[in-house]
Design a protein around this ligand. Structure first.
Ligand code: AMP
Length: 375
């Protein structure tokens, strides 16, 4: 299709969106982009991936394969990502040839827990006390300064509780650091939170900034189990979380999505935990319950299109299907929720295989629904 004179940045339908990363987030992003008439070319090291199964083209190559990156750049009109640990060097290589949204700067911050916490702190967003730990001397100083209990986290590549140790006894701190491979880390206060909430902000090439409602996340074995949307939290909590996400997205000059997670403290405050410049598991509910989902919005931002309304027309509860949970697919198909399966051949323990979202009326009398009424 031809370009629209009213929105000169916008890449017309028929253009190709490049996606770095090939997991379920890329799959749902590709499906959303396809619905708007775009082609999708995914890039990542894994063959027969969830995203490749539903895309026009897939490059199976490493992040350091410069020839493959150059060919990929030549075959797409814009690039976005569904995996925040893409090496910054690969993103910079692509960005010299084609727009990459979000760009390398946002990625560099989101890949490093220390940079992330400092960015939040510098932006005036409350964070739990933390300290940088590079060696055993730093560790001893950090434990003395922060006290116990505390959480030691590797700066890079931790997710779903991986790369973390809770330290309750200062005498065990050195062992915990060794168990994490003595890698650069941060030590932070253990927060006795009453809830975990998250919010996703979307920012377009024209600077438009929108957010979806704040949601509450419940974990099982460190993996997201349920998202309750919207969060049943006081307005003071949801307003503070939304304002913080907006501040961070603006400050990073983001184009794309920024998912930000917070702890809600006993006194009703919020503390920043982490952020990711991509679609987020806690935003899957937007597919059924909002006019524009997180995935469509990311495609819009990356392609320079105007953003669409984030307003929900329903409340929702999303439940993840982890490992063998997805064996119940036939019963779930017959149930009241919308089933999503990610096309993964093997259901290993702890692996996200799919999710199910159940909608509820916006004026439901009780919120959240009780246990008997969940998806
Ligand atoms: P993260 O990878 O930082 O999101 O951590 C995974 C989960 O570990 C979080 O969702 C929390 O449930 C828990 N957690 C992480 N950091 C802390 C902390 N400082 N205090 C208490 N729980 C934490």
């Amino acid at each position: 299709m031809t370009a629209d004179p009213a929105t000169p940045d916008a890449m017309p339908p028929g253009s190709t969106l490049g996606v770095l990363g090939t997991g379920q987030l890329g799959r749902m992003l590709a499906l959303a982009a396809a619905r708007l008439g775009y082609r999708v070319h995914v890039y990542g090291p894994e063959a027969d991936s969830p995203a490749a199964q539903v895309s026009d083209a897939a490059t199976v190559a490493g992040w350091d394969d410069l020839d493959a990156l150059d060919r990929f750049a030549a075959s797409v009109d814009a690039v976005t990502l569904e995996f925040e640990n893409v090496p910054v060097a690969a993103v910079e290589r692509l960005a010299a040839r084609v727009p990459v949204r979000p760009g390398a700067r946002v990625l560099a911050v989101a890949q490093d827990r220390l940079a992330e916490k400092r960015t939040a702190q510098d932006a005036g967003v409350p964070v739990a006390p933390f300290a940088e730990v590079n060696d055993s001397a730093d560790l001893a100083r950090a434990v003395a300064g922060i006290g116990v209990p505390a959480v030691l986290k590797t700066r890079r590549e931790g997710y779903d509780g991986k790369g973390q140790r809770i330290i309750r006894d200062p005498a065990r701190a050195a062992d915990a650091f060794a168990e994490l491979g003595s890698k650069p880390a941060i030590l932070e206060t253990f927060v006795p939170f009453v809830a975990e909430v998250s919010v996703i902000a979307a920012r377009g090439t024209d600077g438009t900034l929108l957010t979806w409602p704040v949601v509450e996340n419940r974990h099982r074995d460190h993996i997201l189990d349920l998202t309750v949307a919207p969060a049943a939290q006081p307005t003071s909590v949801t307003e503070a979380a939304t304002a913080a996400a907006r501040t961070l997205a603006e400050g990073l000059d983001l184009v794309g999505l920024l998912a930000v997670e917070f702890f809600v403290t006993v006194d009703g405050g919020i503390l920043f935990n982490e952020m990711a410049p991509r679609p987020h598991n806690s935003g899957h509910w937007t597919m059924e319950a909002c006019r524009v989902s997180q995935f469509e919005q990311q495609a819009r931002a990356a392609l320079g299109l105007p953003l669409g309304s984030t307003a929900p027309h329903h409340r929702a509860v999303m439940r993840n299907l982890i490992g063998a949970d997805s064996d119940a697919w036939a019963a779930l198909l017959a149930g009241p929720g919308s089933l999503h399966l990610y096309g993964k051949a093997e259901s290993r323990a702890g692996r996200k295989m799919g999710h199910v979202t159940r909608l509820y009326s916006l004026d439901a009398a009780t919120w959240p629904p009780d246990g008997s009424d969940l998806p």
